[in-house]
Ligand binder design. Structure first.
Ligand SMILES: Cc1ncc(COP(=O)(O)O)c(C=O)c1O
Length: 345
């Protein structure tokens, strides 16, 4: 039986045919020659494309080895002054704390609170902590990992209006299921804003490691430090551009994921003792009885299903299930339902 991995928020649909065709038709110069985009007056094919897409100047589009790399670049660049304070969500990707530790920074947590059906930003609390701490850098994640909730456009504008003394990073690695985000327009308005996105999630290209940042006009240091004089991976850039061109293919995936998030929400909430949260991302968070976790893990493994059993301070009785294909998602829902039909502690 083939094992299905649903524990790292990858996109199991895989990239579009157009992305695969780039590899099939690649010419040798893509491999042995550096980029010549600078001769045309821009940094790279991909940053040029993204600049056109988001209507910002190309110098304000940074490319990185995944969003991972760009988040680290921001912290290395800006968390090195006197205060060394980074504000992060209390439920968040472990990596935020790690990159702050690398520069001996202090990470200060603000709460993401549990609402009726989903987690939520508590903007008043966030602003209270912000004003007391005066951090150099603030991380917002939308949707947030692992809670799956987004910050609304109104909440975002509200905090950006008040956070003018800090660098604000909006991690939108999982933005695809929140297509109505107007965040990219904001980067032209707020000089201290950095929006980070990736080709790993929506575009199912985690393996080629490409992410990008759109940065506000005031952020000169990172623009300079992030410059790569010999260019980027030419073949990866071409694949990324092919993905951006495959609009119908990815819209269809986003639609299937929206339906399946809903299915998880309704089906798992029918089971006594379980709570599935609404999510805008390509994963769902589910609270289960803590004492059932070991047995459930074993049960799912026997069925070839790997999901993430959370073991963190605030979410230690939870599963984070990455959305797979529709067929895989139904297998997971059926397996969990079957397990709790016969489970007794
Ligand atoms: C919130 C968040 N941001 C960024 C990333 C990193 O994405 P990338 O593959 O582009 O490095 C992840 C990866 O899981 C993530 O959960």
């Amino acid at each position: 039986m083939e094992t299905v991995y649903l524990d790292r928020n990858e996109n199991n649909y895989g990239p579009s045919q157009e992305c695969q065709d780039v590899l099939k038709t690649a010419t040798p110069d893509l491999f042995y020659m550096y980029s010549t985009a600078y001769k045309e007056g821009y940094k790279s094919l991909l940053s040029n494309r993204l600049a056109n897409e988001f209507r910002i100047t190309e110098d304000r589009v940074l490319l990185g080895y995944g969003a991972e790399d760009l988040l680290k670049q921001v912290v290395q660049t800006y968390l090195n002054r006197k205060r060394k304070k980074l504000l992060i969500p209390d439920h968040s990707w472990w990596y935020y704390k790690e990159i702050s530790n690398e520069v001996k920074g202090t990470s200060i947590e603000y709460p993401i609170v549990e609402g009726k059906d989903s987690y939520e930003y508590d903007i008043n609390k966030l602003m209270e902590i912000y004003e007391n701490e005066n951090p150099e850098v603030v991380f917002l994640a939308s949707p947030n990992n692992p809670t799956g909730n987004s910050i609304s456009d109104e909440q975002l504008t509200y905090v950006l209006d008040k956070m003018e003394n800090s660098i604000v990073v909006l991690d939108e690695a999982y933005w695809f299921s929140n297509n109505n985000s107007k965040a990219t327009a904001l980067v032209n308005k707020y000089p201290n804003l950095i929006i980070i996105r990736t080709f790993s999630k929506l575009y199912a290209l985690a393996g080629i490691r490409i992410g990008y940042a759109l940065v506000g006009a005031g952020l000169k240091r990172i623009k300079k430090l992030s410059n790569r004089y010999l260019g980027y991976s030419r073949i990866s850039e071409k694949i990324a551009i092919a993905a951006m061109d495959s609009v119908n293919y990815y819209n269809d995936i986003a639609k299937k994921m929206t339906d399946d998030r809903e299915l998880y929400f309704t089906e798992l909430n029918k089971i006594d003792g379980l709570k599935a949260y609404k999510s805008d991302a390509n994963f769902v968070l589910v609270k289960v009885p803590k004492e059932s976790m070991n047995k459930l893990k074993e049960f799912l493994l026997k069925k070839g299903l790997v999901v993430k059993f959370m073991n963190e301070k605030l979410v230690n009785s939870h599963l984070r299930i990455s959305l797979g294909t529709q067929e895989q998602n139904r297998r997971v829902i059926n397996a969990i339902t079957e397990f709790y039909k016969t489970y007794s502690s």
